[in-house]
Write a protein that binds this ligand. Structure first.
Ligand code: KG4
Ligand code: ZN
Length: 337
C-alpha cells in the first residue's frame, strides 16, 4: 500500500506544501513573499503574517495537485526549526491542528537535515549518494559542513562563525545596488565578467569553520575606494566585480571542502540549500572531481531552495521508522540535530 505524506515548510519567507508518495513528489507548491524585496531582506513580522495568509490555499492546492483526497494522507511532516520563530509557529500550529483533524501522525523535521536528505527524493538527481558522505549546507541562514553517516546520524564538523554564505551574497549584492535576494543576480552577472580582475582577501579561519564578515567589510571598503575615484565604477565594472567576488567565495568553499575530504577520508560531497544552485560552485566542484578524486552531488534546482518536498521526504523516512512527534513540542528557532 502506498504512503502519502504532506510536507509543510514555513521556516523563513516561503510558504510551501508538498505531497509525496513513497518518495516520489506528486506536488510541490511554493508561495514566495514578494513583500520583502522592497525592504532588501526578510522582515520577520511580515513573513509570519504572509504565512498566515498563504498556508491554507497552498496546502489545499498541494493536495489537489497531487490528485488525492486529504483523507488518504498517512502523516503530516512539518519544519520544527531552525528558522524565524514567528514563521515556524504558523507552520507548526497548522500542522498540529490538521493532524488532530485527520487523526494521523505528526512528524517534526529539521530544516537543515532536509536540505541534505532532499537528495533521496526520487527525481532529485541522476544518482543517490551513498553513506557516509560530507554534507555541505549553504543557504541564506546557514553554512555548515556535516559528517553524514546515515539518514539521521549527522554531525556538524564545520560552520560559519558569523555571516552565512547566502547572506554574504545578499549583503554584498545590496552594496552593488542589486535587488534582494542578490545571490542569483551576482551569479548571472558573474558569467559575463572576468573573475581574475579584482582580488579580495580570503579570511584565515582554522579548521573547517568559515568567516565571511571580513570579506564583507573588505568588499565595502573596496567599493568606497573605487567609487570615490570613478563615479561610474559600478556601471562599467559590475560584471567583473560580481565575477571576482563570486570566485572568492567559490575558492573559500572549495578549500574548506577539500580539507574536510582530507580530514575525514570521505570523498562524496553532497550539497544542499539555496546557494547550491550557484553556477560557479557547481562548475568548480564538477571540474575538479577527477583530479582531486571525489564525487559531488547537487540537487535539482527546485530542491535547492526552501521547499516542502524535502520536508515531506524526511517525513517519509521517519514514517517508515515510526518516528512520530508529540503534539506538545513547539517550534524551535535554533533547533539542532
Ligand atoms: O535555502 P534558501 O532558499 O533559504 C534559506 O534557508 O536561507 O537560500 C536562500 C539563499 C539566498 O541568500 C539567495 O541569495 C541564495 O540562497 N541564492 C544564491 C543563488 N540562488 C539563491 N546564491 C548564489 N547564487 C545563486 N545562484
Ligand atoms: Zn533553507
Amino acid at each position: 500500500m502506498s504512503t502519502y505524506i504532506l510536507g509543510i515548510e514555513s521556516s523563513c519567507d516561503d510558504t510551501s506544501a508538498s505531497v509525496i508518495c513513497d518518495g516520489k513528489v506528486l506536488s510541490n507548491l511554493i508561495a514566495n513573499q514578494e513583500i520583502h524585496k522592497s525592504f532588501g531582506g526578510v522582515v520577520p513580522e511580515l513573513a509570519s503574517r504572509a504565512h498566515q495568509q498563504n498556508i491554507i490555499p497552498v496546502v489545499n492546492q498541494a493536495i489537489s495537485n497531487a490528485n488525492i483526497d486529504k483523507n488518504q494522507l498517512n502523516a503530516i511532516a512539518y519544519t520544527r526549526g531552525p528558522g524565524l520563530l514567528g514563521s515556524l509557529l504558523v507552520g507548526s500550529s497548522f500542522s498540529k491542528s490538521l493532524s488532530i483533524g485527520l487523526n494521523i501522525p505528526l512528524i517534526e523535521v529539521n530544516h537543515m537535515q532536509a536540505h541534505l536528505l532532499a537528495h533521496f527524493i526520487e527525481d532529485c538527481g541522476e544518482k543517490k549518494p551513498e553513506f557516509p558522505f560530507i554534507g555541505v549546507t549553504i543557504s541564506g541562514g546557514h553554512t555548515q559542513i556535516v559528517l553524514v553517516n546515515d539518514y539521521f546520524d549527522m554531525k556538524i564538523i564545520g560552520q560559519t562563525l558569523d555571516d552565512a554564505i547566502g547572506e554574504t551574497f545578499d549583503k554584498c549584492g545590496k552594496m552593488l545596488g542589486l535587488p534582494y535576494p542578490a545571490g542569483p543576480h551576482i551569479d548571472k552577472k558573474s558569467k559575463l565578467g572576468d573573475y581574475s580582475k579584482y582580488v579580495f582577501t580570503k579570511p584565515k579561519v582554522d579548521g573547517l569553520n568559515f568567516s565571511f564578515s571580513g570579506l564583507k567589510t573588505g568588499f565595502m571598503r573596496f567599493l568606497e575606494k573605487e567609487k570615490s575615484s570613478n563615479k561610474d565604477f559600478l556601471t562599467s565594472e559590475l560584471d567583473n566585480v560580481c565575477s571576482s567576488f563570486q570566485n572568492t567565495i567559490v575558492e573559500i568553499l572549495f578549500e574548506k571542502v577539500m580539507l574536510a575530504i582530507k580530514q575525514t577520508g570521505i570523498n562524496r560531497v553532497v550539497f544542499g540549500g539555496g546557494v547550491s544552485c550557484n553556477s560557479g560552485i557547481i562548475n568548480k566542484f564538477k571540474a575538479n572531481e577527477k583530479t582531486k578524486n571525489y564525487l559531488s552531488f547537487f540537487p535539482k534546482f527546485e530542491y535547492t531552495t526552501d521547499n516542502a518536498a524535502m520536508i515531506a521526504m524526511v517525513g517519509y523516512l521517519k514514517y517508515i521508522r515510526k518516528d512520530f512527534s508529540s503534539l506538545d513540542k513547539g517550534a524551535e528557532a535554533r533547533y539542532k540535530f
